[in-house]
Design a protein around this ligand. Structure first.
Ligand code: AMP
Length: 282
């Protein structure tokens, strides 16, 4: 695997590879890699001649400075995992490399209602930060294929919008399924911060979503959401939200017509760690 830290060297390499007709797949990450990330690398390797991954803990997307400070860093392990997965190139820039002029304060991506619901509502500014970094990374890499995890469902929709807004419409967005632990917990870098007791309780978030999926045809959606919230609270999770939404637009749904594709989304704190998960329902 080739490691680049400077964008000019990286771009020179990419230009040469593109001139040789190589197809580029791109998997952006914040490191602390797990099997979920590896599954994205594997998807990219199937479709492309070169798979590029990036590790960059982007300060501008953390609305909580404490979350940024405590974000797990496991570089050596990450490099080993990427190499074992057959990733050809790693881009690992510094903050100065990505934001040479500091963080722009006037830049604003028009994300519409996506920014005011769910993660947007509970993490103000988060998606602007995500767009800021992904915009820069896409400008640098200009991949043929971009791979994102469905684990971050709303983020996928935000990036779909970003691709339209920035005119990078030649990039194909590939959304990959959520990789889970055997007990159902969605793999996440933040799981490393759970203590033993919390780790045992954490799959309650997945079970609450399963409860919604299994009872969808029976219940009215409001009481279904209420019973799912109770399941979280009974397991000492503190929910920010559990929502049932249209799977394509993410607009919250109060009344279901059987033809509509739905997704249930949840975010909850377990101690200091904020977990998110989602499940497509039908
Ligand atoms: P992160 O390092 O958390 O920013 O994630 C980098 C990419 O990996 C994002 O596109 C995530 O949605 C994706 N990802 C994170 N966890 C999982 C998972 N459990 N299964 C599949 N993809 C994931």
């Amino acid at each position: 695997m080739i490691l680049f830290r400077k964008k000019t060297d990286f771009q020179t390499y990419l230009t040469t590879q593109k001139q040789r007709g190589k197809k580029i797949g791109f998997v952006p990450t914040m490191g602390a890699l797990h099997q979920g990330h590896v599954s994205l690398i594997e998807s990219s390797r199937k479709d492309n001649s070169i798979t590029v991954s990036s590790i960059f803990v982007n300060p501008t997307q953390f609305n909580d400075p404490n979350d940024f400070k405590k974000y797990p860093v496991t570089i050596e392990n990450d490099i080993n995992k990427l190499e074992a997965a057959g990733c050809e190139v790693l881009f690992m820039p510094s903050v100065e490399e990505i934001y040479p002029d500091g963080v722009p304060s006037d830049l604003k991506y028009d994300l519409g209602y996506l920014e005011t619901i769910l993660e947007g509502k509970y993490r103000p500014g988060h998606f602007q930060g995500v767009c800021m970094v992904v915009h820069r990374l896409l400008d640098i890499v200009k991949p043929d294929n971009l791979y994102l995890g469905q684990k971050d469902y709303q983020q996928c929709m935000v990036i779909r919008r970003l691709i339209e807004l920035t005119g990078h419409t030649e990039i194909k967005l590939n959304i990959c399924p959520t990789f889970r632990e055997p007990d159902g917990l969605a793999m996440s870098s933040r799981n490393l911060r759970l203590n033993e007791e919390e780790r045992k309780t954490a799959p309650a978030i997945y079970r609450a979503l399963l409860h919604i999926k299994e009872n969808l045809p029976k219940g009215d959606l409001l009481s279904l959401k209420e019973s799912a919230v109770k399941k979280l609270i009974d397991n000492r999770l503190k929910p920010d939200y559990i929502e049932i939404a249209d799977a394509d637009t993410l607009k919250p749904i109060s009344k279901w017509n059987a033809g509509q594709k739905l997704v249930a989304l949840a975010a909850a704190y377990l101690g200091e760690v904020r977990l998110i998960d989602n499940l497509v329902l039908n």
